[in-house]
Write a protein that binds this ligand. Structure first.
Ligand code: GMT
Length: 375
C-alpha cells in the first residue's frame, strides 16, 4: 500500500505511535510518506520505503496565525497526486483530519481514489475537541473520515459521548511497544549510575501539561522520600515544569529531584527506574506507562481514562482515584519496600505488555484495518 501519515512531529504520544507505525509498515514493504512540518522525532534520518514531506507554512506579516492547516492540505494534496497514495492516515483529529478532507476535496476526481483514516489519540477528543472553538470542526472532520480508530475503549466511548458521530464506526487499536527496544536487560548504563547506591528511582515522563498533574507526581515522591532513600527523575518539558520545580522546593525534595528536560530515547532511562508515576486526570491510554511496563517498571497511576486498560491494578502496578496522593504514595511505598513484591510486579509488567500490546500484533491490526478501509 501507499500510505500518507500526518501527525504532530514533536514530543508526544500520538507522534510517537504514528512514527513507529509508519516505520513498521515500511518494514513490511509498504511505501510510507510522512507529511508534517518537521521530521518526526522518532524517525531516524533514512529508512528504505520511508519518505518525509515537509510542510512549509511560509511567513507573511499579515498572518499573525499562519494557516498551517491549509499548507498541510496543499502538501497532502500534492503528495497524494504525485505518489498516488491509497490512504491518508492522520493522527490526532485536528487539524489533520480537517486538512485531509480539504486535500481530498481538491482532487479533480473528487478524491474517489484516496481514503482517509483518522486515529483519535486523546486530548483531540477529551479536551481540545470539546473547546467551543473546535467542537463543530472536530465533529465534522471525524464524520467525514472514511474510518476511525481510537487508542482505547475509554476514548471510543468519549468520542460518542462528546460528538454523537452519526454513522461512525470506531475501532479500538491500542498503542504498542517494540519488545526488543523496551527491555531493561539491554541497557547496562542507566540513570541509576548517577544515583547514590540503595536509592529507589521513581520516574515521570510527559509534556508537563496541566492534565498530567505533575504536582501530584512531586507530592507522591515526597511521601516516598520520607519512607525510604529515593530520587525522582522528571523527563520532559512543558507549561507545568516550573510548578513542579516549585512544589519540589516547597516540599524540601528538590535536591532529590532531577529535571532532565526533553529526551527522545526513553527506553534506556526507563531501564534504570523502579517505579513510574502517572497520576494524569484523563489519560486516554498512557503510552509512557506502557513503555514503562514493558521495561519491567510497575506503574502507579490514576484510575481514570484508559489507564485501567493498560495497568492491571495489584498485578502490574497500582491505580487509585484521581488526586488520591496519599493512596498512590502508600501503594508506591508498599511495592518498593518488598523486593519480592517488586520483582513479581516487574516480571508481570514486562510479560503483560508483551502479550497484550506487542507491535507485531497492533501493526497487523492496522494493516487489516487499512485493507477493510480500501475494500
Ligand atoms: O500525552 C500527551 O499529552 C500527548 C498526547 C498526544 O496526543 O500526543 O498523548 C495522547 O496520545 C497517546 C498516544 O495514543 C496516548 O497514549 C496518551 O494517553 C494521550 N494523552 C492523553 O490522553 C492525555
Amino acid at each position: 500500500m501507499r500510505i500518507g501519515i500526518s501527525c504532530y512531529p514533536t514530543y508526544g504520544g500520538s507522534g510517537a505511535v504514528a512514527t513507529e507505525l509508519g516505520i513498521a509498515l515500511a518494514g513490511r514493504g509498504h511505501l510510507v510518506h510522512f507529511i508534517t512540518y518537521q521530521q518526526p522525532f522518532r524517525l531516524p534520518s533514512f529508512l528504505p520505503r520511508v519518505f518525509f514531506h515537509e510542510v512549509d507554512v511560509g511567513r507573511y506579516p499579515l498572518f499573525e496565525y499562519p494557516p498551517y492547516d491549509l499548507a498541510l492540505a496543499v502538501r497532502m494534496h500534492e503528495v497524494v497526486r504525485t505518489h498516488k497514495l491509497d490512504l491518508l492516515h492522520v493522527h490526532y483529529a485536528i487539524p489533520h483530519a480537517t486538512s485531509a478532507w480539504i486535500a481530498r476535496e481538491m482532487l479533480e476526481d473528487g478524491g474517489s481514489g484516496v481514503r482517509i483514516a483518522t486515529t483519535l489519540h486523546g486530548t483531540d477528543i477529551t479536551l481540545v475537541g470539546q473547546d467551543p472553538s473546535f467542537h463543530a470542526i472536530t465533529k465534522f472532520s471525524i464524520e467525514r473520515s472514511d474510518a476511525l480508530t481510537a487508542v482505547s475503549e475509554y476514548l471510543k466511548r468519549e468520542t460518542f459521548n462528546a460528538f454523537g458521530c452519526s454513522g461512525c464506526a470506531v475501532e479500538v487499536i491500542h498503542n504498542f511497544i517494540d519488545p526488543d527496544v523496551y527491555d531493561r536487560r539491554k541497557y547496562t548504563t542507566t540513570i541509576r549510575d548517577q544515583v547514590q547506591a540503595g536509592r529507589k528511582v521513581l520516574m515521570h515522563i510527559s509534556n508537563f501539561r496541566p492534565v498530567k498533574r505533575v504536582r501530584d507526581v512531586v507530592r507522591i515522591f515526597a511521601h516516598v522520600a520520607r519512607a525510604m532513600p529515593s530520587v525522582l527523575v522528571m523527563v520532559g518539558d512543558g507549561p507545568d515544569r516550573v510548578t513542579a520545580e516549585k512544589e519540589a522546593e516547597a516540599l524540601g525534595v528538590s535536591d532529590q529531584t532531577m529535571f532532565l528536560g526533553r529526551l527522545d530515547a526513553i527506553a534506556p532511562l526507563l531501564a534504570g527506574a523502579d517505579l513510574f508515576l502517572l497520576p494524569t486526570e484523563r489519560e486516554s491510554f498512557g503510552l509512557s506507562a506502557l513503555e514503562a511496563l514493558a521495561c519491567g517498571v510497575p506503574v502507579i497511576g490514576a484510575r481514570a481514562g484508559g489507564l485501567p486498560e493498560v495497568v492491571r491494578d495489584g498485578v502490574t502496578g497500582a491505580l487509585r482515584e484521581v488526586g488520591d496522593v496519599e493512596g498512590m504514595s502508600a501503594a508506591a511505598v508498599d511495592i518498593l519496600s518488598s523486593p519480592e513484591k517488586w520483582q513479581a510486579m516487574s516480571e508481570a509488567a514486562a510479560a503483560d505488555a508483551r502479550t497484550r500490546f506487542s507491535q507485531k500484533d497492533m501493526v497487523t491490526r492496522y494493516e487489516d484495518f487499512y485493507t477493510r478501509v480500501l475494500a
